[in-house]
Design a protein around this ligand. Structure first.
Ligand code: TXA
Ligand code: MG
Length: 291
């Protein structure tokens, strides 16, 4: 079943049930080496699955929220090996959405949930997009449009270091302000890279052209701030007021809508890379990657 979260919709299954977890991989067409995030209702549930260092515990004060912590898995936990794809770590988060939390509590067990899109496509931020993406084969718990609109920030906490495996809805500066530590990037070829960070991902059908100050004839345009004068083609605006939160919320839906306009190329206005702009640009670069 698909469930709402504050970031994007997730395709959820009982994380202890291998058959249920397998059906997630099959439904999404997801490679088995790419582990799933485990969603918990509270810290007690999370602490049954993973070892929390003092630093991890500090970061966990940001829960419920758009943050996933990759932590050492405890021995003999009731998690299907498919969830962690055989790794000795587990990605955990407590989502900031009442319906999701109520459901996990009702089930009484953690739920494994990747984003509820066919592998490689745009993540869904409404129930309707989930229905559409899987051709109506997946039931959806409709919790309204997702308020954040991009996926959670993923951090690997290892001793005293924090490595950001995926930029996301929780900006780096907030993590640094809370912990007083700098958030590191995975070194090139570091084993700490999230297995799922394939360079082409979040792909619309159309080609994507980035940092486009203005659209060219025949393109669709995704604006940010003041729109170009006298452009007659399909155009949407991520945020006329240049508010990154509004832009993140609109990002995937607007890419979908412009994709549906039939244009061969979607040109996207430049978006400053600071704060939430880091996650927005990360998704855009992947959407624009050659496939
Ligand atoms: O906001 C979100 O995070 C959404 C909602 C539904 O919670 N979920 C989501 O899941 O984006 P998914 O499967 O699309 O992305 C999960 C990412 C993948 O890149 C995966 O490789 C990484 O998390 N991941 C999960 N467990 C990991 C682990 N133990 N070590 C490293 N990376 C891990
Ligand atoms: Mg995903």
């Amino acid at each position: 079943m698909a469930i709402p979260t504050e970031t994007v919709y997730g395709l959820a299954a009982d994380a202890s049930n291998s058959e249920a977890v397998l059906s997630i991989y099959e439904t999404k067409g997801r490679p088995r080496f790419n582990p799933l995030i485990v969603h918990c209702a509270d810290l007690a549930m999370a602490e049954m699955l993973a070892e929390f260092s003092p630093l991890a515990r500090t970061l966990a004060t940001l829960w419920p929220g758009p943050l996933t912590l990759v932590l050492p898995k405890r021995p003999n936990v009731p998690l299907s090996a498919l969830v962690t794809a055989g790794l000795d770590t587990v990605g955990i988060r407590i989502p900031g959405h009442k319906l999701a939390l109520d459901l996990i509590e009702l089930v009484g067990r953690p739920l494994a949930a990747p984003s509820a899109n066919p592998s490689g496509r745009l993540s869904p931020t409404t129930a309707g997009q989930v229905v559409e993406g899987f051709g109506g084969r997946v039931p959806v718990l409709d919790g309204g449009p997702c308020v954040a609109g991009v996926e959670s920030t993923i951090l690997r906490v290892d001793g005293d270091t924090i490595v950001q495996l995926r930029a996301g809805a929780l900006p780096r500066v907030e993590i640094e302000a809370l912990t007083g530590r700098s958030v590191l990037d995975p070194a090139k070829d570091s084993p700490l890279v999230a297995p799922g960070m394939l360079s082409s991902h979040y792909a619309p059908r159309a080609r994507v052209r980035l940092a486009a100050e203005a659209p060219e004839t025949g393109e669709a345009y995704l604006a940010y701030g003041a729109p170009p004068a006298d452009f007659g083609g399909p155009m949407l605006n991520l945020s006329p007021a240049r508010d990154p939160r509004e832009a993140a919320r609109n990002l995937f839906s607007m890419l979908r809508e412009l994709d549906a306009s039939g244009a061969e190329t979607i040109a996207v206005a430049p978006i400053p890379p600071t704060g939430l702009g880091e996650a927005i640009n990360d998704r855009l670069v992947r959407a624009a990657a050659p496939r």
